[in-house]
Design a protein around this ligand. Structure first.
Ligand code: SPD
Length: 419
């Protein structure tokens, strides 16, 4: 009652508030659907693994009816209630009803009967049901969904973000930050090989082995794993803002996080933006910016001042590479980052690569490379050297031909970048 009328007519704000209400109460959100009625009113439901939250609003009466259904002890619906009270600036009346309590219902034999879609796994006294639970990485109009088993192996809200490791059905274990896929066991090598090897080998082609490398972000450890494959490497410093990411990946993604104990790795838990602003000039051969999408702590990794500092910290002929989002999904960020780098370096020193990332929205992902020197990462690269490296290290995505192919852009992408 007495809610803010504007909010009650704002379908996006209501959906956000309801999803947040579910999340902060500890629920696992499976899906949400919301509808705006003309001229006034919104109805919607958030399906959670533990049941559902539903709302109907009457903005003209400044009134909303909310049902918070939960199951089990892990979710406290009153936490959702408090959140919504604040979001709608509401006074209220509330009623709690307990239903389905185990003292009034009795477990029958049904669980022992194998349901049609059950997995052949004995789960306590019955069968574990193969649940239809999906993780969705989306913007307002597009999404990528991966089905997962419902197993949440790690779920922590750090000071910076929500860090989760989920068990996906087709892609193995997955690291998700907030609601975005960061990597999965099955396809992580696409990203980690491509963010590392073109830059390392472009540098090596003109200046000899990269000895001192800096990775900003990259908390899962996949990028340092690739960097550590170079015998000429002396030191790789990794600056990751969120220790929870490192901890989660060490625990649950050991194949990706396997090089944290490598003596060449210097792990710093701290702010990469601050670190680079204080870095010694001309100190790194290669800088790899392996951040997440530009929301939350990664936002500053998409700014001119950050790249200006990276440029200063690079040695002559040094190479910078940064994840550049998708031309299809985050078109604006993709274009802005490219143009920002061209301003900081110069038009001829910035090069765009594309590669296939099955578990990132749209599947087409970009990397931006900038060289601090007058050479070209394709024309001046030593293919034979790259081939020997690829064969000796048994890489799975990058190879000496792909080095060239990755810089060949589709016509629409060239046009987007005025190339
Ligand atoms: N939308 C996904 C962008 C992810 C970029 N970083 C991934 C981290 C993997 N090391």
């Amino acid at each position: 009652m007495n809610c803010k009328a504007d909010v009650l007519n704002d379908v996006a704000a209501i959906e956000n508030a309801m999803v947040e209400a579910a999340q902060i109460a500890g629920a696992t959100v499976i899906n949400s659907t919301f509808h705006h009625f003309s001229p006034y009113g919104v109805s919607g439901v958030v399906v959670i693994q533990e049941s559902h939250l539903a709302i109907h609003t009457w903005p003209e009466y400044r009134y909303a009816a909310v049902d918070l259904f939960t199951c089990g002890d892990s979710v406290d619906p009153w936490v959702s209630f408090e959140h919504l009270k604040k979001a709608f600036e509401a006074s209220y009346s509330a009623l709690e009803m307990n239903r389905g309590s185990t003292h009034v219902i009795k477990k029958g034999d049904a669980l022992k009967v194998k349901p049609n879609d059950a997995e052949e796994i004995d789960y306590k006294n019955g069968y574990k049901i193969n649940r239809n639970v999906w993780f969705t990485d989306k913007d307002d109009n597009q999404a990528l969904s991966l089905r997962y088993t419902g197993e949440v192996l790690f779920d922590e809200r750090s000071e910076f973000q929500r860090v989760r490791i989920l068990d996906s059905v087709s892609y193995g274990k997955m690291l998700a930050i907030d609601d975005m896929v960061m990597c999965t066991e099955r396809d992580e090598y696409h990203y980690h090989e491509m963010i590392t090897h073109p830059a390392m080998l472009a540098f090596e082609s003109v200046s000899g082995p990269a000895k001192n490398v800096l990775v900003i972000g990259g908390g899962d450890g996949g990028t340092i794993r690739e960097v550590c494959k170079y015998p000429g490497l002396e030191k790789v410093t990794m600056v990751e803002i969120d220790e929870a990411v490192v901890r989660a990946c060490k625990m649950h993604l050991p194949q990706i996080a396997r090089d944290f104990s490598n003596p060449k790795v210097n792990l710093i838990i701290g702010d990469g933006i601050k670190f680079i602003s204080e870095a010694k000039p001309e100190s790194y051969d290669v800088i790899i910016v392996d951040g997440s999408d530009p929301a939350g702590p990664a936002e500053g990794l998409f700014t001119a001042s950050f790249y200006d500092n990276c440029k200063k910290a690079l040695k002559e002929n040094g190479v910078l590479v940064t994840q550049g989002e998708s031309p299809m999904f985050h078109s604006e960020t993709f274009v802005e980052l490219n143009s920002c780098l061209k301003k900081v370096f110069s038009q001829s020193q910035v090069h765009t690569m594309l590669f296939h990332a099955p578990t990132y929205p749209s599947g087409m992902w970009s990397l931006q490379m900038a060289v601090k020197g007058q050479y070209h990462p394709v024309k001046d690269y030593k293919k034979e050297m790259a081939k020997n490296f690829v064969n000796s290290k048994d890489l799975k995505y990058y190879n000496e031909d792909l080095h060239t192919a990755a810089f060949s852009l589709p016509t629409f992408v060239k046009k987007m970048l005025n190339n």
